[in-house]
Design a protein around this ligand. Structure first.
Ligand code: GLA
Length: 420
């Protein structure tokens, strides 16, 4: 379950932490070890709907954050990929021994503080965080870190919290301690994921349902290498635009009782565009049509999953592809969250054999594209897209000041967080 190379590094990390703390007079009983795992995610469809009371359809994947730890007084954590030891009280309230909190430590600290608000008794633990999720690649590495810490903190305190409240505590941690006003999607799917199934999450009703990901389909994530800064950037601006649009609609007679933008239906578009400035109307149109597309994709996936895995009806696959492409156009044209490189990836994917459909996924402004293709075609398709990209990268160096190398991952749809 845990990648072999990580497992050896975790052992070394624990031994190092043990001796570092021993030198300070703190002894860890390394034999009492627990190992927790929380997955990253890919969003199949439903972007920018989760903070508008809508539906999302993410799936937990095989890349994950692992936390190996033992019970202790207070919390001491190190990360295999980031520097600095996080040393804090087990309610996340304050630093221990006046030590500075390393930047990555804001996430675990926030989670502990939010769980304390939920009534978790202060039980400490110390250990090593390791991740197979590349950071900043649109696979939700920060949500997975939060959920790994929450899962460990709850289990070691013997405190039960339902899935929704756990995810919500992690989301608040990200908002309050890392400054990203994100929705609930990433944390929720990391908690609630199920192998072989995507999670249909209703963010207004706080309910979720598992939707089969057909065996006849490969899900490939292509990272464009374009980094996007969520905190303080376009993402938070879009959230404000959506809430300004909601306020404007509520102040009209027609939509006075509107609770969320996603309570609107595509049939309402003709009426709400009249009431909003052009740009806000386009944002709302994306949100409303995207919400309806989530329902369509769920219906199609169920039908495909119920069909012969070796011969899924091509009519359904064509319909699925059309909805995914429509979603891509909508997030680019109406929501203004696109990027030329992700557009290009979608275009390149469409020329590959086995291609079903593709769309930019996650927050946007670069980041990742999710491609649906025939089972078994994912690796070849991913590689072929990467091979076609580098020339274009060189053509637009100014747009890629902090770009990483593009990469792809064929996803194995996995279980949500647990002790392993
Ligand atoms: C980021 C946020 C999510 C969601 C997506 C866009 O991943 O963390 O909550 O809003 O963007 O769908």
């Amino acid at each position: 379950m845990i990648p072999e190379e990580l497992s050896a590094e975790i052992e070394d990390g624990l031994a190092r932490l043990g001796s570092e703390l021993h030198a300070e007079g703190i002894d860890l009983d390394l034999a009492e070890r627990h190992l927790f795992r929380a997955p990253g995610r890919v969003n199949l469809i439903g972007d920018h709907t989760d903070y508008n009371g809508g539906l999302v359809l993410p799936a937990a994947i095989d890349l994950a954050v692992y936390l190996a730890c033992v019970p202790s007084e207070g919390v001491y954590l190190v990360s295999l990929s980031e520097s600095g030891t996080l040393a804090i009280t087990s309610d996340g309230d304050s630093a221990l021994d006046g030590r500075p909190i390393p930047p990555w430590g804001a996430y675990p600290r926030g989670v502990l503080a939010e769980l304390a608000r939920e009534g978790r008794p202060p039980a400490g633990f110390s250990g090593v965080v390791a991740s197979s999720i590349p950071v900043g690649r649109g696979l939700s590495s920060s949500a997975a870190l939060e959920v790994a810490v929450a899962t460990a903190a709850l289990a070691l305190a013997g405190f039960e919290l339902d899935a929704w409240r756990t995810a919500e505590a992690c989301r608040r941690a990200e908002e309050r301690y890392a400054g990203v006003e994100c929705g609930i999607m990433d944390q929720a799917v990391s908690v609630m994921g199920k192998a072989g199934f995507a999670c249909l999450i209703d963010t207004a009703r706080h309910t979720f349902e598992h939707i089969p990901v057909p065996r006849s389909i490969d899900i490939v994530v292509i990272d464009s290498g374009i980094r996007r800064e969520l905190a303080g950037g376009e993402y938070n601006r879009r959230r404000r635009e959506c809430s300004a649009a909601l306020d404007a609609l509520r102040s009209s007679k027609e939509f006075a009782g509107l609770e969320h933008l996603c309570d609107l239906r595509p049939d309402d578009i003709g009426r709400f565009v009249e009431l909003l400035p052009v740009e806000l109307a386009r944002r709302v149109r994306h949100v409303v049509t995207e919400n309806a597309r989530v329902e369509r994709v769920c219906r199609i996936l169920r039908e495909v999953a119920a069909s012969d895995p070796h011969d899924p009806p091509s009519r359904l696959l064509r319909e699925l592809g059309a909805v995914l492409e429509e979603s891509h156009r909508s997030v680019v044209a109406d929501f203004g969250a696109g990027h030329p490189t992700t557009d290009r990836i979608v275009e390149l994917a469409a020329a590959e054999s086995g291609y079903i459909g593709a769309r930019q996924t996650g927050a946007g402004w670069g980041g990742a594209v999710v491609v649906f293709c025939t089972a078994g075609a994912g690796g070849r398709l991913g590689q072929s897209i990467l091979d076609a990209l580098p020339g274009e990268e060189q053509a637009i160096p100014a747009e890629r000041p902090s770009a990483a190398t593009p990469s792809y991952h064929v996803c194995v749809v996995s279980d949500g967080a647990s002790e392993i």
